[in-house]
Design a binder for this molecule. Sequence first.
Ligand code: 2AM
Length: 177
Amino acid sequence: MHRLFVALRPPGEVRERLRAIMGGVPGARWQSDDQLHLTLRFIGEVDDHVAEEIALALDRVRHAPVTIALSGVGSFGSRGRPHSLWARALPSPGLGDLHTAVEGALRRCSIAPDPRAFTPHITLARLARTAGPIDRWLAESAGLAIQPFTIESFELYESELGREGSIYHVAARYQLR
Ligand code: 2AM
């Protein structure tokens, strides 16, 4: 079985800016440089045959490079029990269209459509149940503003659940042009 997702990898300078705002929340597991990505679509567990079919379907996606800007931060989970911290990607036509194109490719592989709205973000930390308060970090990081940058490929990732958090491997890379 393969645990798959489709994501965009921010360039090195952007990852550095993101890493600069990591810290200051006790019990937060900050993402390593390798783990930083913007998920276009989480697929989940599929067998070898479906994984191959997905890789081929994604190879048929034709899309121009996409421009992304990051603005502000947020958290997922309930107010009393947040479970992740992230940087927000501003919605853009390119990003939305690429998401739709990926969704279409997956549908052709009989992957059920994702019922959740696409909320583009880059997860920065996962929070343990015992993590300290996040309000100060949210306030201090609210001004995050990363000017538009261009992404020229998207990736199919395989996720391996490890003790220190997930390890992500690029299973295939698809050029945007
Ligand atoms: P997240 O960053 O908001 O946690 C690999 O697990 C990637 O897929 C993560 O970036 C994660 O989003 C995303 N993802 C979306 N839905 C998921 C799910 N149901 N289970 C695990 N990961 C999911």
